[in-house]
Design a protein around this ligand. Structure first.
Ligand SMILES: [Fe+2]
Ligand SMILES: [Fe+2]
Length: 658
């Protein structure tokens, strides 16, 4: 029986008897009307014009709130007031003229039913549309999150978590396809179990693989490329090729019921993995404990779930492939950098490990600076990629040394090894010449019959003196060859040597030292001539040219620039560009500190003795106070004991320390 709610007096509104099968209820106030509707949901409400007028604003607000949407509200007024009622209450579904006859009431009620049905259908469509757009929105958000994740393990976790969330699944497992040796034949392919999540019981995870065949549900989905939707894992339809093991359930006290297993396809439509979702819940928040709750709380996966998860799984597959590719490229690049470092260090084995240590120190310093919250480094921060950028720049900072001639690179004394050998041989030839001349003179005296014992003794003494003088000159030359500071006295003696001559095998007079040898030996400090020093310094430019050839991806684009400035000084006296402090990137300033520190404490460079750590730090402090190094960065380097990162640990063999 249909019931009509009357707001007012039925006998004043309805004429005569009610149509058969229809009854009315009466309410007199607006709050009674609302309460009645909430309790019973009458389809048709007939409201007396005077009641409507009395509560005009409240009724308008009520309609607007949508609370009345399951009923039709019809105003009732005498003929002469009907138009005015429409004007005053435009939200009314209809207006009827009083008194309403049984026939009109019947018709009105039928139409109201039709109207409400249409209204309900529209509402359902609206809700479905809203759900779809919500799903789409959610999928979009997930897609963005997936493509932003660069860490493979976190990405896999995200994929599984999102698939579970969007389907209200209690548990899930993720498998990846591991290709066998013969990729074309697909023999030997396996499924690797990489991740498991379960909201109701703890899962202990062990990475393992199973054969990729139809005996498991995941294998079946991967091989067939089909979505598998199972309402109850314990009641598989007859003829199902796969079985579902209950071992895990029995061991962990779980009950696997509904399952949705979806293959993950990459951009080439190849199945690269499988998402296996378990136990869709009516309410995502339910925890399936005790296990008996499964029967009541778990429902089968729907076709909408299939659609959502398959869309999500293919997005996930593409994100996974991208991330894997990026990681492959990074690994490849890392190996290339390692190989380059080996190439530099094999040119000059005594600096072995230098690049690695400079990288360790510079990255450690950058991490400390990044963590500082106080000025002046409050605004200096480095992302993971930026730290990696610093690492690459540090590892490759001296790569340009491959462009410096090896003999210059490893030159430890003022003369090259070959030059010194030649010089020594020349001096021994000079001594031999003197001896030959001396013996010839003695023979001449004997032949002439003038060789008294006194004369011969005198001649021997003079000869010995001559030899001693040559020895002295050689000692002075060898002393001058050392890369220490050259005394003024030795310098003058050296300048004299081109004037001293001996007779060579062809009877020509030759100088003791050539002008080139004199100029090499008269280097006032160190072992390098001006030209050689410039050649060594050119390694920075070579490094920059080499690094600029590499198409660094966005996050590493500053590697060449950072390495280019590693010999610049804060006061503009560095090389090769004599940059001002503000032009030197902070990364390069940190690298300069690490580079100098390592060069100072490095164990066995042929041309330099290593200095103790405390002394090295003092030298760095002097340099910083003299305006050459960034004092604030040096403070962090010292205070945070960054320099200890590459020092030998007690008991470590010296070899490791270098
Ligand atoms: Fe350098
Ligand atoms: Fe260096």
């Amino acid at each position: 029986m249909s019931s009509i709610l009357v707001w007012g007096k039925t006998r004043e509104i309805v004429a005569g008897a009610l149509p058969p099968g229809i009854s009315t209820e009466e309410v007199s106030t607006f709050s009674e009307l609302k309460a009645e509707l909430r309790a019973k949901r009458s389809i048709l409400v007939l409201a007396d014009a005077s009641h409507l007028e009395a509560e005009r604003d409240a009724v308008a607000a009520w309609i607007k709130s949508g609370e009345s949407r399951l009923s039709l509200l019809v105003g009732v007024a005498p003929m002469e007031e009907a138009d005015e009622l429409v004007r005053r209450h435009p939200y009314l579904d209809d207006v009827m003229v009083r008194p309403v006859t049984a026939m009109r009431l019947r018709l009105r009620l039928d139409r109201a039913l039709d109207g409400l049905n249409s209204r309900r259908v529209i509402q359902q469509l609206d809700a479905a549309l809203a759900r779809k757009s919500q799903d789409l929105h959610e999928l979009n958000n997930i897609g963005v999150a997936l493509s932003a994740q660069r860490d493979i393990n976190k990405l896999l976790e995200l994929i599984l978590a999102k698939c579970r969330a969007i389907t209200a699944s209690d548990a899930g497992t993720l498998y990846l396809v591991v290709r066998g040796k013969d990729q074309a034949a697909q023999t030997g392919d396996r499924l690797k179990f990489v991740l498991a999540q379960n909201e109701s019981v703890p899962v202990s995870f062990e990475e393992r693989t199973v054969p990729l065949d139809e005996t498991s549900i995941a294998g079946y989905a991967a091989l067939s490329g089909q979505i598998v939707n199972v309402a109850d894992a314990y009641q598989l339809p007859p003829g199902t090729p796969y079985t579902i093991s209950r071992t895990w359930d029995q061991r962990s006290g779980y009950r696997t019921k509904s399952m949705l297993v979806v293959p993950m396809r990459d951009h080439q439509d190849t199945v690269i993995g499988v998402v296996q979702l378990i136990n869709k819940k009516r309410d995502a928040r339910t925890v399936l404990r005790p296990v008996a709750l499964v029967e009541e709380a778990v429902i089968p996966f729907t076709s909408v779930d299939e659609e959502l998860v398959s869309s999500l799984a293919s997005q996930a597959a593409v994100a996974f492939e991208n991330t894997r590719l990026i990681q492959d490229i990074r690994n490849l690049f890392d190996s290339f950098v390692r190989a380059s470092v080996t190439a530099i260090e094999s040119r000059d084995p005594t600096t072995s490990g230098h690049s690695d240590r400079v990288a360790t120190l510079t990255v450690a310093l950058a991490e400390k600076v990044d963590a500082l919250d106080a000025p002046p480094f409050r605004d200096v921060s480095f992302t993971r990629d930026q730290l990696q950028e610093i690492r690459y720049a540090s590892l490759l900072h001296d790569f340009g040394k491959v462009g410096v001639r090896e003999k210059v690179l490893i030159k430890g004394k003022k003369l090259y090894v070959g030059e010194l050998l030649l010089l020594r041989q020349r001096f021994s030839y000079i001594k031999r010449t003197l001896e030959a001349e001396h013996l010839r003179a003695k023979l001449d005296q004997v032949t002439a019959g003038q060789a008294s014992p006194e004369l011969l003794l005198q001649m021997d003494r003079a000869h010995e003196k001559g030899l001693e003088e040559i020895e002295q000159i050689l000692r002075m030359v060898l002393q001058a060859n050392e890369p220490t500071i050259l005394e003024e006295e030795s310098f003058r003696a050296l300048m004299d040597l081109p004037n001293r001559t001996y007779t060579d095998g062809e009877g020509n007079r030759q100088p003791f030292l050539s002008m080139d040898e004199v100029s090499a030996l008269s280097i006032r400090k160190g072992s390098l001539s001006e030209k050689e020093r410039r050649e060594i310094e050119s390694h920075v430019t070579h490094t920059y040219r080499f690094l600029s050839q590499i198409p660094w991806t966005g996050e590493f684009r500053r590697v060449p620039e950072i390495a280019y400035a590693h010999h610049e000084k804060m006061d503009g006296t560095g090389y090769p560009r004599k940059l001002a402090a503000t032009e030197i990137p902070v990364q390069s300033r940190m690298m300069t500190i690490s580079d100098i520190f390592d060069a100072l404490v490095a164990w066995d460079r042929p041309y330099k003795k290593s200095v103790p750590v405390e002394r090295a730090l003092d030298i760095l402090r002097d340099e910083a106070r003299g305006g050459k190094l960034d004092l604030q960065l040096l403070d962090v380097f010292v205070d945070a004991k960054v320099y200890e990162r590459t020092l030998p640990r007690a008991g470590a063999p010296a070899e490791l320390a270098r």
